[in-house]
Design a binder for this molecule. Structure first.
Ligand code: AMP
Length: 446
């Protein structure tokens, strides 16, 4: 098996990967990194969850490390274009994590719409080693003379098919026209519609093509279940779930840092030891929480998505989505925490009425319909997802199931975690009232 140390990456990056807890390169990393280090262009057919971010970030960082020339004011040595603000922020975080041991530090900035332009201009004015941006805001800065891409050495276009959906192809072509012809270009896309193939043809020179199996392989190994609950009842349902002896090590996800604190406090108050980890905690607190979780001193860690990146703890028996993520890809990241190194695990999502659209996005992305149990109060149910059939499976049979088969359809079944709760299945074809063939709703960045 390929090791990170076989890929030709500098020592300081290997140390950072070690800190992240990455043990071996993912297939796209093993295949792409050596070519990228040689300066080749790349067409990567891969989706989120495959490790594609590190596949491009590591060779870019290696290049910057090998030549620490300072970027001129209002220029960027490397440019990564992403379709959404969330993805751009994650990419920026990844670059910072992998570059954490570099001295002097690299300049990394994330430039997206929906926030004030002024601080972004200050960052651009200093010149950047790594600029991660959404296309709309980038064009604004270019138009007002705050960014010159004439010296940019590497361009990455991430999630190109998503860019197409959001109407970004023309803006991208306008941006690319301002870059030097002599550059390294990488294009990643989960699918290859003809517009993207055309863009790849125009942008890439003699590219290496790398194709990897989608993240669904991880999703398939995880036994997933949804509890429909009233928003106000979530904490109590969580306590009930976490009391189950099967939960040997659980990672609970919340959307906000305050939410993580509140949930951890609630569990603690109920006599279930839990700690929260998020960006507002000091480095010491984070390290301590993680160490306790790893050693088993704390059984439950409550985390935000960003804080959970880089948490690579073996034998996480359960991942609980206390709140569903805003971005469906984050669901795949979250539940992947329980299926590390070929193991299988359980993922439980608490979904209130307001989160139904998020659940639909997740089911669309992962191409599966999730099994569910309706725990809502009768008044909150309405007649959607009408319950028709109690689950026949015994709790014991459930526990004895071996490795999980991909679960494409909702299976009615008992859930051990909630003794006596009767799961139900909606009538076939009526699982998602209002479901349409729309793409996931992700707002374009203006
Ligand atoms: P990506 O597809 O780039 O969004 O990455 C998916 C997730 O896998 C992220 O949470 C990464 O931190 C994590 N990851 C990336 N590469 C590795 C690796 N070699 N080993 C373990 N986790 C990884």
């Amino acid at each position: 098996m390929t090791k990170f140390s076989d890929l030709g990456l500098p020592e300081t990056l290997l140390r950072a990967l070690d800190r992240e807890g990455y043990q071996t390169p993912t297939p796209i990393q093993a295949e792409a990194v050596p070519h990228l280090l040689k300066g080749r262009d790349l067409l990567g057919i891969a989706q989120t969850g495959t490790g594609k971010t590190a596949a491009f970030a590591l060779p870019i960082l290696a290049r910057l490390i090998a030549d620490r020339r300072r970027p001129a004011p209002f220029t960027a040595r490397t440019l990564i274009l992403a379709p959404t603000r969330e993805l751009a922020a994650q990419i920026g975080d990844s670059f910072r994590a992998y570059a954490r041991f570099l001295k002097p530090a690299l300049s990394v900035a994330v430039v997206v719409g929906g926030v004030s332009a002024r601080p972004q201009i200050d960052l651009l004015a200093r010149g950047l080693d790594v600029l991660v941006a959404t296309p709309g805001r980038l064009l604004d800065h270019m138009g007002s003379g705050k960014l010159n891409l004439g010296a940019t050495e590497v361009l990455v276009l991430d999630e190109a098919d998503h860019m197409l959906d959001l109407g970004f192809i023309v803006p991208i072509r306008r941006i690319v026209a301002k870059l030097p012809k002599a550059r390294q270009t990488l294009l990643f896309s989960a699918t290859m519609p003809k517009e993207i193939a055309g863009l790849a043809d125009d942008m890439l020179k003699d590219p290496v093509e790398v194709r990897v199996t989608p993240a669904a392989t991880t999703v398939d190994r995880v036994d997933q279940h949804v509890f429909f609950v009233d928003g106000a009842a979530k904490r109590d349902v969580l306590v009930e779930l976490m009391r189950n002896a099967d939960v040997s090590r659980a990672l609970v996800f919340t959307r906000t840092k305050r939410g993580a604190d509140r949930v951890a406090q609630h569990l603690d108050a109920a006599g279930i030891g839990a700690q929260a980890i998020h960006g507002n905690k000091s480095q010491n607190q984070r390290v301590r929480a993680l160490d306790n979780f790893k050693s088993g001193a704390t059984r439950i860690l409550v985390a935000t998505d960003i804080a959970a990146r880089g948490i690579d703890v073996d034998a996480v028996s359960h991942v609980v989505n206390f709140e569903l993520p805003e971005v469906p890809e984050a669901y795949v990241h979250r539940i992947g925490r329980t299926a590390r190194a070929g193991a299988s695990g359980r993922a439980i999502s608490l979904c209130d009425n307001g989160e139904r659209p998020l659940l639909r996005q997740i089911e669309k992305l992962t191409r599966q319909t999730l099994a569910f149990t309706d725990r809502r109060s009768p008044g909150a149910r309405g007649d959607e997802r009408q319950a028709v059939r109690p689950g026949p499976r015994s709790a014991g049979a459930q526990a004895d199931r071996g490795p999980q088969r991909p679960q494409r359809q909702a299976q009615p079944r008992d859930d051990r975690a909630l003794n006596g709760a009767r799961p139900h299945e909606a009538p076939r074809g009526d699982r998602h009232p209002g479901r349409s063939a729309r793409r996931p709703e992700v707002r374009p960045q203006a």
